[in-house]
Write a protein that binds this ligand. Structure first.
Ligand SMILES: [Zn+2]
Length: 209
């Protein structure tokens, strides 16, 4: 196992993967090389699991396929980021930035449409909607009624994206995850548990870009 050691004034040994997927050990100044080696071998399976996850992340290269809004698209080069039939066209220069811009536009349009439909049907109201780059969560709702969605929701099929819209709108009535909150979610989406569980298949979307 190859790894890099970064020594710093810190208390504990910590492991992480860098941007290229290599193992990095953050070590206190006085820890011996032998202890670091032991630490790495104790965490070998964690490193291997993380590296396997890293290797499976989409790279957005020409010819790769990627799921967007429930459709499988083939990536190819073009001047401007857009979806055309079953193609995801991305510029060669600044590809990630252009893709993030496209995902933000898709998220804004699609989630606003779900919110509108749900507000009309179930009498919800909210203050405003924001699109974020959050990795830790798909969406959130503030006490003031601002609903945020990560642009990463653009990778989700409609059924799961709509569940997120229901979830956040229900937070405008219950700011917690109490039984009353889940009852409200369930009154709109009786199969919410299945949808919530299915989100786990898309955790890669939280790690890429
Ligand atoms: Zn919630």
């Amino acid at each position: 196992m190859n790894y890099t050691v970064i020594r710093k004034k810190r208390k504990m040994l910590t492991l992480k993967l860098d941007e290229a997927g290599n193992a990095v050990v953050l070590a206190p100044l006085n820890v011996s090389a032998k202890r670091i080696e032991e630490f790495v071998s104790e965490h070998l399976s964690w490193i291997q699991k993380k590296q396997a996850e890293y290797a499976a992340l989409p790279r957005f290269c020409d010819g790769d396929t990627i799921e967007l809004c429930g459709k499988m698209l083939t990536i190819c080069s073009g001047t401007r980021a857009k979806v055309e039939k079953n193609l995801l066209i991305l510029p060669e220069e600044g590809r990630s930035k252009a893709l993030i811009g496209l995902l933000k536009r898709i998220t804004r349009a699609r989630m606003a449409e779900f919110l509108l439909e749900l507000c009309r049907s179930y009498g919800f109201s909210y203050e405003k909607m924001r699109v974020t780059a959050a990795r830790g969560r798909w969406g959130s709702c503030s006490a003031k009624g601002t609903i945020s969605f990560s642009f990463r929701t653009a990778f989700l099929p409609d059924a799961l994206a709509r569940y997120l819209a229901v979830h956040e709108l229900c937070h405008t009535r219950h700011l917690d995850h109490s039984a009353a909150f889940w009852d409200e979610v369930g009154s709109i989406l009786p199969d919410w548990k299945i949808r919530r569980h299915a989100l786990k298949q898309y955790l890669w979307a939280m790690r890429c870009l």
